[in-house]
Write a protein that binds this ligand. Structure first.
Ligand code: IPE
Ligand code: IPE
Ligand code: MG
Length: 246
Protein backbone atom coordinates (compact mmCIF):
# COMPACT_ATOMS: atom_id res chain seq x y z
CA UNK A 1 0.00 0.00 0.00
CA UNK A 2 1.23 3.49 -0.75
CA UNK A 3 0.31 6.75 0.92
CA UNK A 4 -3.44 6.48 1.61
CA UNK A 5 -3.85 10.23 1.84
CA UNK A 6 -1.47 12.02 -0.52
CA UNK A 7 -1.65 15.72 0.21
CA UNK A 8 -0.05 18.74 -1.43
CA UNK A 9 2.96 20.06 0.40
CA UNK A 10 2.07 23.50 1.72
CA UNK A 11 3.98 26.49 0.36
CA UNK A 12 4.91 27.53 3.90
CA UNK A 13 7.62 24.87 3.88
CA UNK A 14 10.93 25.75 2.28
CA UNK A 15 12.08 22.73 0.38
CA UNK A 16 15.77 23.50 0.69
CA UNK A 17 15.92 23.46 4.50
CA UNK A 18 13.94 20.40 5.45
CA UNK A 19 15.17 19.07 8.81
CA UNK A 20 17.19 15.93 8.30
CA UNK A 21 16.07 14.30 11.54
CA UNK A 22 12.77 15.01 13.31
CA UNK A 23 11.96 13.49 16.71
CA UNK A 24 8.51 13.40 18.26
CA UNK A 25 7.23 12.85 21.79
CA UNK A 26 3.86 11.34 20.96
CA UNK A 27 1.96 12.51 24.04
CA UNK A 28 -1.68 12.98 25.01
CA UNK A 29 -3.24 9.64 24.10
CA UNK A 30 -4.81 9.13 27.51
CA UNK A 31 -6.33 12.62 27.64
CA UNK A 32 -7.64 12.27 24.09
CA UNK A 33 -9.48 9.10 25.08
CA UNK A 34 -10.73 10.41 28.41
CA UNK A 35 -12.20 13.50 26.75
CA UNK A 36 -14.38 11.23 24.68
CA UNK A 37 -15.35 9.00 27.56
CA UNK A 38 -13.16 6.16 26.29
CA UNK A 39 -10.59 4.05 28.10
CA UNK A 40 -7.03 5.45 28.00
CA UNK A 41 -5.91 2.51 25.90
CA UNK A 42 -8.27 3.57 23.10
CA UNK A 43 -6.14 6.68 22.81
CA UNK A 44 -3.02 4.60 22.20
CA UNK A 45 -4.89 2.69 19.50
CA UNK A 46 -5.95 5.94 17.84
CA UNK A 47 -2.32 7.06 17.83
CA UNK A 48 -1.50 4.54 15.12
CA UNK A 49 -3.18 6.60 12.39
CA UNK A 50 -1.31 9.68 13.61
CA UNK A 51 2.00 7.84 13.43
CA UNK A 52 1.43 6.44 9.96
CA UNK A 53 0.19 9.77 8.59
CA UNK A 54 3.17 11.58 10.12
CA UNK A 55 5.56 9.03 8.62
CA UNK A 56 4.03 9.45 5.15
CA UNK A 57 4.09 13.22 5.58
CA UNK A 58 7.76 13.08 6.50
CA UNK A 59 8.52 10.84 3.54
CA UNK A 60 6.72 13.22 1.18
CA UNK A 61 9.01 16.12 2.01
CA UNK A 62 12.27 14.20 2.23
CA UNK A 63 12.88 13.94 5.97
CA UNK A 64 15.62 11.33 6.33
CA UNK A 65 15.01 10.21 9.91
CA UNK A 66 11.97 10.24 12.16
CA UNK A 67 12.39 9.16 15.77
CA UNK A 68 9.21 8.59 17.75
CA UNK A 69 8.93 8.08 21.49
CA UNK A 70 6.66 5.08 21.93
CA UNK A 71 7.47 3.78 25.42
CA UNK A 72 9.79 5.23 28.02
CA UNK A 73 11.78 3.49 30.73
CA UNK A 74 9.48 5.33 33.16
CA UNK A 75 6.27 4.11 31.52
CA UNK A 76 6.65 0.82 33.41
CA UNK A 77 5.24 2.78 36.35
CA UNK A 78 1.80 2.72 34.75
CA UNK A 79 -0.90 0.22 35.72
CA UNK A 80 -0.02 -3.27 34.58
CA UNK A 81 -3.01 -3.46 32.23
CA UNK A 82 -1.92 -0.34 30.36
CA UNK A 83 1.68 -1.58 30.15
CA UNK A 84 0.47 -4.90 28.82
CA UNK A 85 -1.73 -3.13 26.30
CA UNK A 86 1.18 -1.00 25.11
CA UNK A 87 3.45 -4.03 24.66
CA UNK A 88 0.80 -5.85 22.61
CA UNK A 89 -0.16 -2.71 20.72
CA UNK A 90 3.38 -1.91 19.65
CA UNK A 91 3.94 -5.50 18.60
CA UNK A 92 0.70 -5.45 16.59
CA UNK A 93 1.54 -2.11 15.02
CA UNK A 94 4.78 -3.54 13.66
CA UNK A 95 3.02 -6.61 12.33
CA UNK A 96 0.35 -4.47 10.66
CA UNK A 97 2.63 -1.78 9.25
CA UNK A 98 6.09 -3.16 8.56
CA UNK A 99 5.32 -4.32 5.04
CA UNK A 100 3.83 -1.05 3.81
CA UNK A 101 6.69 0.89 5.39
CA UNK A 102 9.12 -1.53 3.76
CA UNK A 103 7.46 -0.91 0.41
CA UNK A 104 8.07 2.82 0.89
CA UNK A 105 11.77 2.25 1.51
CA UNK A 106 11.61 2.91 5.23
CA UNK A 107 14.26 1.37 7.47
CA UNK A 108 12.78 0.55 10.89
CA UNK A 109 15.15 0.76 13.84
CA UNK A 110 14.74 0.84 17.60
CA UNK A 111 16.35 2.81 20.39
CA UNK A 112 16.04 1.49 23.92
CA UNK A 113 17.04 -1.15 26.42
CA UNK A 114 16.70 -4.63 25.01
CA UNK A 115 17.79 -6.68 27.96
CA UNK A 116 15.38 -5.24 30.50
CA UNK A 117 11.70 -6.09 30.91
CA UNK A 118 10.51 -6.16 27.29
CA UNK A 119 8.86 -9.55 26.58
CA UNK A 120 10.84 -11.84 24.31
CA UNK A 121 8.02 -12.07 21.74
CA UNK A 122 8.00 -8.27 21.37
CA UNK A 123 11.76 -8.25 20.90
CA UNK A 124 11.43 -10.97 18.28
CA UNK A 125 8.95 -8.85 16.39
CA UNK A 126 11.17 -5.80 16.61
CA UNK A 127 14.11 -7.83 15.25
CA UNK A 128 11.95 -9.10 12.41
CA UNK A 129 10.88 -5.58 11.35
CA UNK A 130 14.46 -4.32 11.62
CA UNK A 131 15.79 -7.26 9.60
CA UNK A 132 13.14 -6.93 6.89
CA UNK A 133 13.84 -3.24 6.37
CA UNK A 134 17.55 -2.98 7.16
CA UNK A 135 18.71 -2.12 3.63
CA UNK A 136 16.12 0.59 3.00
CA UNK A 137 17.46 4.04 2.33
CA UNK A 138 14.58 6.47 1.87
CA UNK A 139 13.95 7.23 5.53
CA UNK A 140 14.73 5.74 8.93
CA UNK A 141 11.80 5.34 11.31
CA UNK A 142 13.50 4.97 14.67
CA UNK A 143 11.12 3.81 17.38
CA UNK A 144 12.21 4.73 20.89
CA UNK A 145 10.86 1.81 22.85
CA UNK A 146 11.80 1.06 26.44
CA UNK A 147 13.90 4.15 25.88
CA UNK A 148 15.31 6.55 28.45
CA UNK A 149 17.86 9.24 27.72
CA UNK A 150 19.66 8.59 30.99
CA UNK A 151 19.62 4.83 30.43
CA UNK A 152 21.13 5.39 26.99
CA UNK A 153 24.00 7.38 28.49
CA UNK A 154 24.49 4.77 31.23
CA UNK A 155 24.58 2.04 28.58
CA UNK A 156 27.15 4.01 26.58
CA UNK A 157 29.33 4.42 29.68
CA UNK A 158 29.08 0.68 30.43
CA UNK A 159 30.20 0.02 26.89
CA UNK A 160 33.18 2.36 27.32
CA UNK A 161 34.24 0.35 30.37
CA UNK A 162 33.74 -2.95 28.57
CA UNK A 163 35.82 -1.62 25.70
CA UNK A 164 38.51 -0.69 28.25
CA UNK A 165 38.74 2.87 26.97
CA UNK A 166 41.28 4.78 29.10
CA UNK A 167 40.12 8.02 30.75
CA UNK A 168 42.28 10.21 28.53
CA UNK A 169 40.58 8.74 25.44
CA UNK A 170 37.04 9.50 26.63
CA UNK A 171 35.60 12.41 24.72
CA UNK A 172 32.24 13.31 23.20
CA UNK A 173 32.99 11.27 20.12
CA UNK A 174 33.75 8.18 22.23
CA UNK A 175 30.43 8.50 24.05
CA UNK A 176 28.42 9.40 20.98
CA UNK A 177 29.69 6.39 19.07
CA UNK A 178 28.27 4.16 21.84
CA UNK A 179 24.74 5.56 21.81
CA UNK A 180 21.99 3.33 20.43
CA UNK A 181 22.14 4.77 16.90
CA UNK A 182 25.37 6.66 16.35
CA UNK A 183 24.77 6.66 12.59
CA UNK A 184 21.74 8.95 12.98
CA UNK A 185 22.56 12.64 13.11
CA UNK A 186 21.23 14.54 16.12
CA UNK A 187 17.61 15.62 15.66
CA UNK A 188 17.28 19.07 14.15
CA UNK A 189 13.74 19.39 15.42
CA UNK A 190 12.00 17.85 18.43
CA UNK A 191 8.21 18.12 18.61
CA UNK A 192 6.12 17.41 21.69
CA UNK A 193 2.36 17.19 21.49
CA UNK A 194 -0.36 17.67 24.10
CA UNK A 195 0.76 20.98 25.60
CA UNK A 196 3.33 19.49 27.97
CA UNK A 197 6.52 21.52 28.13
CA UNK A 198 9.04 18.96 29.20
CA UNK A 199 11.54 16.48 27.83
CA UNK A 200 10.57 13.40 29.88
CA UNK A 201 13.96 11.72 29.45
CA UNK A 202 13.92 11.75 25.63
CA UNK A 203 17.19 11.94 23.64
CA UNK A 204 19.06 13.85 26.37
CA UNK A 205 22.42 13.64 24.67
CA UNK A 206 21.19 14.06 21.11
CA UNK A 207 18.95 17.10 21.60
CA UNK A 208 21.67 19.39 22.94
CA UNK A 209 21.10 21.77 20.01
CA UNK A 210 17.73 20.68 18.66
CA UNK A 211 15.00 23.22 18.03
CA UNK A 212 12.00 22.45 20.23
CA UNK A 213 8.42 22.92 19.07
CA UNK A 214 5.51 22.32 21.42
CA UNK A 215 1.94 21.96 20.23
CA UNK A 216 -1.36 21.66 22.06
CA UNK A 217 -2.59 18.99 19.63
CA UNK A 218 -3.10 15.63 21.33
CA UNK A 219 -1.16 12.87 19.61
CA UNK A 220 -4.15 10.92 18.18
CA UNK A 221 -5.25 14.14 16.40
CA UNK A 222 -1.78 14.86 14.99
CA UNK A 223 -1.47 14.69 11.20
CA UNK A 224 1.16 15.60 8.62
CA UNK A 225 -0.26 19.15 8.48
CA UNK A 226 0.80 19.54 12.12
CA UNK A 227 4.24 18.20 11.23
CA UNK A 228 4.47 20.74 8.42
CA UNK A 229 3.47 23.55 10.77
CA UNK A 230 6.18 22.50 13.21
CA UNK A 231 8.71 22.40 10.37
CA UNK A 232 7.65 25.87 9.22
CA UNK A 233 8.23 27.09 12.78
CA UNK A 234 11.63 25.37 12.78
CA UNK A 235 12.51 27.12 9.54
CA UNK A 236 11.77 30.51 11.10
CA UNK A 237 14.28 29.86 13.88
CA UNK A 238 17.88 30.95 13.78
CA UNK A 239 20.17 28.11 14.81
CA UNK A 240 23.40 29.31 16.35
CA UNK A 241 25.09 26.34 18.01
CA UNK A 242 26.71 28.71 20.48
CA UNK A 243 28.28 30.89 17.83
CA UNK A 244 27.03 34.11 16.26
CA UNK A 245 27.06 33.74 12.49
CA UNK A 246 24.93 31.45 10.51
C1 IPE B 1 1.53 9.05 25.26
O1 IPE B 1 0.26 9.30 25.74
C2 IPE B 1 1.78 7.58 25.02
C3 IPE B 1 2.69 6.96 25.99
C4 IPE B 1 3.30 7.57 26.96
C5 IPE B 1 2.91 5.55 25.84
P1 IPE B 1 -0.08 9.24 27.27
O2 IPE B 1 -0.54 7.87 27.61
O3 IPE B 1 1.05 9.74 28.09
O4 IPE B 1 -1.30 10.23 27.37
P2 IPE B 1 -1.56 11.32 28.50
O5 IPE B 1 -0.33 12.17 28.61
O6 IPE B 1 -1.83 10.58 29.76
O7 IPE B 1 -2.75 12.08 28.01
C1 IPE C 1 6.65 10.63 27.37
O1 IPE C 1 5.34 10.84 27.74
C2 IPE C 1 6.86 9.22 26.89
C3 IPE C 1 6.21 8.87 25.63
C4 IPE C 1 5.52 9.66 24.87
C5 IPE C 1 6.39 7.50 25.22
P1 IPE C 1 4.82 10.63 29.23
O2 IPE C 1 3.37 10.91 29.23
O3 IPE C 1 5.27 9.31 29.75
O4 IPE C 1 5.62 11.76 30.03
P2 IPE C 1 5.28 12.48 31.40
O5 IPE C 1 5.03 11.40 32.41
O6 IPE C 1 4.06 13.29 31.17
O7 IPE C 1 6.46 13.31 31.71
MG1 MG D 1 1.62 11.57 28.71
Amino acid sequence: MSDPRPTPIPPLIERDSIPHHVAVVMDGNGRWAQRQGLARTEGHGAGEVALVDTAYGALAIGVKALTVYAFSTENWRRPIDEVRYLMNFNQGLLERRQHELHAEGVRITFSGRRDWRVPRRVLRNMDEAAELTKSNKVMTLNIAFNYGGRAEIVDAVKQLVQDKVPANKIDEKAIRSRLYHPELPDPDLVIRTSGEYRISNFLLWEMAYSELVFTEVLWPDFRREDLYEAIAEYQRRERRFGGLDK
